[in-house]
Structures are given as structure tokens and as C-alpha cells.
Ligand binder design. Structure first.
Ligand SMILES: Nc1ncnc2c1ncn2[C@@H]1O[C@H](COP(=O)(O)OP(=O)(O)OP(=O)(O)O)[C@@H](O)[C@H]1O
Ligand SMILES: [Mg+2]
Length: 368
């Protein structure tokens, strides 16, 4: 359907929807979006289209999709200011983004990346949110350079992925800190000069506070940006202030809250994307190592161990350099033929299989 919006407004579109511009020009989280371009908005996601002049949209709305118009911009002034502060640090700069669930973390990362690109910088994102990961599949930490303007982190193809194997950080506190720190130092050896590190939404309670402080201690960002609706980050930001530059910003008023089910279905979309055209493949145990992803000591698993493992466990396949090749679902082990069965798209160069703790069925649905 055609829909015209006057200058100086923002059209909020809640997916599943597909949006085309028939005439005029808009800005989405700092990125120009023009006539002829198309934006696809997944179920559970929302995109804000800011109109700089009169714009004619072509909206294709899926089931339960909706849209509304609001006056002016939905980018808080504090977001613009935070970018200015971060960019004034010099190069390279690392900024860590913290906030509760649905506070606007991902959108703020997109906004920062777009603004940095416009300034001629070389931005990149490390996505440390295991549960609502946008770059790699769920339960991983993904990394990607941003070479063109983006509307959503999900558009980016992961350049490297670290498999953690669970979607909640509380049982992987050390692993996440360690991996984020390692990725950061690797990335800063390249030409990236504006590094954005996104984190998960676990911010409430003593444990979460300790975890977030520990992440900042390991990653050593030049600035931590905390997004909050009221004061849910006070404890974290107060502790971080002792050692780091802390910038507190607001959550946009139009932030869209997703329930547990929507989050789960967004994750399932993430698994499916990486299991498209997967099939059950056999890997000889004489040629691959099987490990527990979370074990600090290498965690080599024996056949007896594997026989006790439940079908459906999420796994990651790695090559001899320990680079991530893809994910899979553990289907069983054949001790007589000494093979492991994995439902995956990855067929070659597999050297290690890391076993995670999430359980999936073949459709990529999480089983609890
Ligand atoms: N400035 C904004 N204008 C309009 N909509 C926004 C804005 N910021 C965020 N939103 C919308 O609010 C929702 C939540 O934002 P976002 O996904 O960025 O939050 P998050 O903190 O990353 O959430 P999660 O905990 O799921 O990772 C999204 O649908 C997003 O499109
Ligand atoms: Mg997010």
C-alpha cells in the first residue's frame, strides 16, 4: 500500500514488513535510505524512517505488522551527544554498549556505526549479546566490519565467530569476557579505528553487575555507553566510573518491547539461517576432536561421554585453525563405526566439534 508522510516525521514500521521508497528520502538510524531501496523488517523488529522531506512509501505488511507516525526524530539527543564524545577520543577508539533488554543497544550500535562511517572512520562491531545476537548465530560472539551504511546489525556477514554454546551469559561469564578481550585486541591490529562492542541485556542484580564490571575490566574500552530508561544501570555505571569514561544515555521513548516468545522466535530465525539446507552428516571420530565448548581445560570428550549426550545439542564445527565453520545439531554417535552424526551444512575441513548446551530440533526450535 502507498503511504505518504510529511517532512519532519518518523514512520515506525513493526515487522514482518517490507518497505520501499517511491519518492523522497529518509534516514534510518543515521543511514540514508532512498528511492528504489528496500528494507525488510523481521517479525519482532521495528525500524524508524525519518523523513527529511515529503516521502511516499510502499508498505507491504505481513501478519500482525503495523506502522505509526510520530513527530520529529526518535533518536534521543543524548545519542547524538554520545557519538560526539566517543569520536572526540581519537583513533582507534573502543566503545562498549550496555543496557537492559530492549533498551535500544542494537539500534544504538547501528547508529554509531553509521555516524562513524559518515566521518570517514573504519567502524566494526563485536556482538557480545549471546541471546539476541545479530551478527553470528545465537549463542555466539560475532564480528564484522561495517563497510557500508546499515539499518540493522543482522545485515552484516560475520567475519569471525566465537562459539560459546549457550544463550544466557550467566553460566559463561569468564568465557564471554575472555573472548571479547581476545577479539578486541585482534581487531585493533587491523585498520579498524572505531570499534563498537555490544553486550547482553543482563544488568539487574548483584551477579549481573559484577559480570558487566568484569567485562569492562577485560575489554578495557575507551568509553562505556549505558542506555537506560530510568536508573537500571546506576550500580554498574557508578562502579565503572572509577576507572572508565562512562556516558549515560536514554532509551528512546518509542522502544519496542518484545516478550520472551518473540525473543525465542528471533533466535530460532538465527539458528535456521545457519541450518538452511543442512543434512545429517557423518564424521569419523578418528579424524575429529569432540570438545565441551565451555570447559576451561580443553574438555576432550570420549565416545562413552558422547553416548550419554542428548540428541539435539547445538554444536559448532571448526577447522584446524579453530576457525568457526558453522553450527549443527548433535544427532548421535555410532560407537561401532566410530562416527558422530551431526545435522549441519558444513561438510568439509572439520577438525573440531564443540558441544554447546542449547537444545534444538531439526527446525531450529529450542527445546527446553
Ligand atoms: N531510536 C529508535 N527509534 C525507533 N525505534 C527504536 C529506536 N531504538 C530502538 N528502537 C526499536 O526498539 C526495539 C528494541 O531496540 P533494540 O533491538 O535496539 O534493543 P536491544 O537493547 O538491542 O534489545 P535486545 O535486548 O533484544 O538485544 C527494536 O525493535 C528497535 O527497532
Ligand atoms: Mg540487541
Amino acid at each position: 500500500m502507498r503511504h505518504t508522510v510529511k517532512k519532519g516525521k518518523t514512520l515506525l514500521v513493526n515487522g514482518p514488513a517490507s518497505v520501499n521508497i517511491l519518492s523522497g528520502e529518509t534516514t534510518i538510524l543515521g543511514a540514508k535510505f532512498r528511492k528504489g531501496e528496500r528494507a525488510v523488517i523481521r517479525d519482532g523488529k521495528r525500524l524508524p524512517f525519518e523523513t527529511n522531506k515529503r516521502v511516499v512509501f510502499d508498505l507491504m505488511l505481513g501478519e500482525n505488522a503495523s506502522f505509526e507516525e510520530v513527530d520529529g526524530t526518535t533518536i534521543p539527543f543524548s545519542w547524538k551527544n554520545a557519538f560526539k564524545k566517543v569520536v572526540s577520543h581519537g583513533r582507534p577508539v573502543t566503545v562498549m554498549v550496555m543496557g537492559g533488554t530492549d533498551s535500544g543497544k542494537t539500534s544504538f550500535c547501528v547508529y554509531l556505526a553509521n555516524r562513524a562511517l559518515k566521518e570517514g572512520l573504519k567502524p566494526a562491531v563485536i556482538d557480545g549479546d549471546l541471546g539476541q545476537s545479530d551478527i553470528g548465530p545465537p549463542s555466539t560472539i560475532g564480528f564484522s566490519r561495517v563497510t557500508k551504511q546499515i539499518k540493522d546489525l543482522v545485515e552484516m556477514t560475520a567475519e569471525s565467530v566465537c562459539f560459546v554454546g549457550m544463550t544466557s551469559p550467566s553460566s559463561a561469564v569468564n568465557k564471554v569476557g575472555e573472548e571479547l578481550a581476545m577479539m578486541k585486541s585482534g581487531v585493533l591490529q587491523t585498520d579498524v579505528d572505531f570499534l563498537i562492542v555490544n553486550t547482553d541485556g543482563w544488568v539487574e542484580g548483584e551477579e549481573a553487575v559484577g559480570y558487566k564490571v568484569q567485562l569492562a575490566e577485560r575489554v578495557v574500552p575507551d568509553a562505556v555507553v549505558g542506555i537506560q530508561q530510568t536508573n537500571e544501570l546506576t550500580s554498574i555505571l557508578t562502579l565503572l566510573k572509577e576507572k572508565r569514561r562512562v556516558i549515560a544515555i536514554e532509551s528512546p521513548q518509542v522502544v519496542w518491547k518484545r516478550n520472551k516468545e518473540k525473543r525465542k522466535s528471533l533466535r530460532e530465525f538465527g539458528y535456521k539461517k545457519y541450518l538452511k539446507e543442512a543434512k545429517v552428516r557423518l564424521f569419523p571420530l578418528s579424524q575429529i576432536k569432540v570438545e565441551d565448548a565451555l570447559s576451561e581445560t580443553g574438555g576432550h570428550l570420549t565416545v562413552e561421554h558422547m553416548e550419554r549426550m542428548e540428541e539435539g545439542l547445538l554444536v559448532a564445527l571448526q577447522n584446524a585453525d579453530r576457525s568457526f565453520l558453522g553450527i549443527g545439531v548433535f544427532c548421535g554417535v555410532d560407537s561401532r563405526r566410530e562416527t558422530i552424526r551431526i545435522y549441519t551444512t558444513v561438510g568439509e575441513n572439520v577438525s573440531t566439534v564443540c558441544i554447546g548446551q542449547v537444545k534444538l530440533n531439526r527446525e531450529g526450535k529450542e527445546i527446553v
